[in-house]
Design a protein around this ligand. Structure first.
Ligand SMILES: NC(=O)c1ccc[n+]([C@@H]2O[C@H](COP(=O)([O-])OP(=O)(O)OC[C@H]3O[C@@H](n4cnc5c(N)ncnc54)[C@H](OP(=O)(O)O)[C@@H]3O)[C@@H](O)[C@H]2O)c1
Length: 285
């Protein structure tokens, strides 16, 4: 199959590129904005047609959650308009789409894990634009797969794990929120799940949730990061209101993963095991 991956320089895109090297039975088209700007409909349509693309894995996104509040137009351009471009190109060329979305489509007010068909209700600009992207993709290509994930981290780019490793080494103490809970997700494991979908005997469209197993707060996650990396830092739990941000973060981001496990037979690692593995990889870079 000819597989187009967008956003290859991002966290997930980087992991997709590494795994592509291990799945050599396909031909890959690895792109980021310099090679393929997904906001340009003509370029996207031509690229998909010329290269006879069978599957588009969209890892490109506008992920600056706080910046999106003052720049929603750009966030919408990349997270919704460009996703529509991908959908149109796929529909014209009979290609399948695997697209990645977020827990921010939900309000975060629940106290039980969100299922795929639970009501969406984003509270900020980033979540609104990501939800619009989901809706536009499904309107044009209902046979797509959308993977919603949360709390993504990796050895690449900027993410919470890398920030806490750095701050833990720089400071004697840190305050971290404990009233937001979710499931940290190694981008490597999400990329593995995407390959499981690509190589499954049957492509079953729909919305799926994928994170690592288990639940913790940002405070617990920080303690685990420091414990694994043997960093001495006094980490204190604080409430969200003591760490104000332009976007209100969901208090509860846990996603129910039964559907992806049942449909695609995916085994999911616990977040702590995935974190140990990711820190080890990061140390060995
Ligand atoms: N990070 C998280 O915690 C998290 C949580 C839940 C869901 N997600 C979702 O997971 C997916 C992957 O996230 P990630 O953390 O890997 O994102 P990321 O690291 O921000 O990577 C996104 C990539 O897309 C590129 N890009 C931006 N505009 C583009 C354009 N017009 N054309 C082509 N490429 C473009 C970015 O380039 P520039 O850097 O140059 O802009 C970047 O290389 C996204 O859909 C995101 O919404 C992420």
């Amino acid at each position: 199959m000819n597989i187009l991956i967008t956003g290859c320089k991002g966290q997930l895109g980087s992991e997709m590129c590494l795994l592509a090297a291990e799945h050599q039975d396909h031909r890959y088209f690895l792109t980021d904005v310099a090679e393929l700007d997904i906001t340009d409909i003509d370029t996207v349509e031509r690229y998909v047609a010329d290269n006879k693309i069978d599957i588009i894995v969209n890892c490109a996104a506008y992920t600056a959650v706080d910046r999106a509040e003052s720049d929603e137009d750009t966030a919408r351009l990349i997270n919704a308009d460009a996703v529509e471009n991908i959908a149109r190109a796929a529909a014209k060329n009979n290609a399948k789409v695997i697209h990645v979305s977020t827990d921010y489509v939900f309000s975060g007010d629940s106290c039980t894990p969100y299922r795929e068909d639970d009501a969406t209700s984003p509270t900020g600009a980033y979540g609104r634009t990501k939800l619009l992207g989901e809706q536009r993709l499904m309107a044009i290509c209902p046979d797509s797969v959308i993977l919603r994930t949360a709390w993504l981290y990796s050895p690449w780019g900027n993410n919470f794990m890398k920030t806490m490793l750095r701050l833990g080494n720089e400071r004697e103490s840190l305050n971290v929120v404990y009233d937001q809970v979710g499931s940290p997700t190694a981008a490597e494991d999400l990329a593995q799940a995407i390959f499981s979908i690509i190589e499954a005997p049957k492509f079953v469209p729909g919305i799926y949730h994928f994170t690592n197993e288990g639940v913790c707060s940002w405070y617990d996650f920080t303690r685990a990061i420091h414990h694994i990396a043997v960093i001495q830092c006094d980490v204190q739990p604080i409430r969200s209101e003591q760490y104000p941000t332009p976007t209100k973060r969901p208090n509860y981001s846990v996603l129910d993963k039964h559907k992806i496990k049942a449909t695609y037979g995916i085994n999911i690692a616990h977040w702590y095991d995935a974190l140990c593995r990711t820190i080890e990889r990061y140390k060995n870079l």
